[in-house]
Write a protein that binds this ligand. Structure first.
Ligand SMILES: [Zn+2]
Length: 315
């Protein structure tokens, strides 16, 4: 029996697991990333922890056939990280080579959101489907595209960056520095920004009551909760969110024509109150041939999507 090490390298914490090729987790743990110590030292410490948990689950290191890593940044050819989103590790770093020297085991890597998409496609909500797109709706909007058994990682490793698709010419400023991005409108941050600007002029609603007028504590969840209680002001905000989601997802459907859209992240938890109007509005933005049998599902791998998905690189 062969085993794999799955690693979800994060800005603050790194998750490490021992898994089999079916994505079953034998042992897993989380350690502080401490990226300021540099790539070499960090990878050595991660490998040290991987060996410890392998021993704990009685897995012989000789039977570990591969190491998969999800990386916060674009990854070229499952080897070289063009740049790291939040680590001081420089550019074009060959993490594959570095980890293989440290461990003596074949290593493959990809962008962290692509890895989540791969996890949902191989082991999760889109298992068994030929083409799926996973969209992470949180502070920003990330995405991963899986078609015909492969992730679309792209020439320079930035494939699947659906959050920066443009929806409005010269529109709202996005975190990426450009304007009019999907993320600037339909992320949790975009929705809260829209809600805040409306609350400044309209205080006569349940949402304002729910947050006791404290605009700085407002989160997307407050809006969906108030909408579920029938608050017209919040329902209008859900309609706004559904409209931009439909426009963004409609464009994705027209280009990729997936069988399943997997939604993950905080906004996805809104459920039917958001998904139903989204489906209705999709008809305006996507061709009938791509919307006909489209399925919307919630991601099911949660916290384990990263370590499970990284094993998908070996299938
Ligand atoms: Zn952007």
């Amino acid at each position: 029996m062969f085993y794999y090490v799955g690693i979800d390298l994060g800005g603050t914490n790194t998750k490490i697991g021992i898994l089999d090729i079916e994505g079953n987790i034998y042992e897993n743990t989380s350690i502080k990333t401490l990226s300021a110590n540099g790539a070499q030292k960090t990878l050595e410490r991660i490998w040290g922890t991987a060996k410890e948990i392998a021993q704990k689950s009685s897995v012989d290191i000789k039977n570990i056939k591969g190491i998969g890593i999800g990386i916060p940044g674009p990854v070229i050819n499952q080897s070289v990280v063009a740049f790291f989103a939040n680590f001081p590790w420089g550019q074009n770093v060959n993490i594959k080579e570095m980890m293989e020297k440290i461990s003596g085991i074949e290593t493959k890597l990809d962008n962290d959101v692509n890895i989540i998409a791969l996890g949902e496609a191989k082991f999760g909500a889109a298992k068994g489907s030929k083409a799926s797109v996973t969209i992470a709706l949180g502070t920003g909007i990330g995405g991963g595209i899986y078609v015909d058994g492969h992730l679309i990682s792209g020439f320079t490793g930035a494939g699947g960056e659906v959050g920066h698709m443009k929806l409005v010419m010269n529109g709202r400023l996005c975190g990426c520095g450009q304007r009019g991005c999907f993320e600037a409108y339909a992320s949790a941050t975009g929705l809260v920004r829209e809600a805040t600007s409306r609350l400044i002029v309209n205080k006569n609603n349940l949402l304002y009551e729910k947050i006791n007028g404290k605009l700085d504590i407002l989160e997307a969840k407050h809006i969906f909760d108030a909408a579920k209680e029938g608050d017209k002001f919040s329902l209008d905000l859900v309609d706004y969110e559904a409209e931009y989601l439909a426009m963004g997802i409609g464009n994705i459907l027209n280009i990729i024509n997936p069988e399943i859209i997997v939604l993950s992240g905080g906004v996805a938890l809104a459920g039917d109150i958001l998904i139903n109007p989204l489906k209705e509005k999709l008809k305006k933005y996507a061709l009938p041939v791509v919307t006909k049998d489209i399925k919307f599902v919630q991601g099911i791998l949660g916290n384990q999507a990263g370590i499970k998905g990284s094993i998908g690189l070996f299938i």
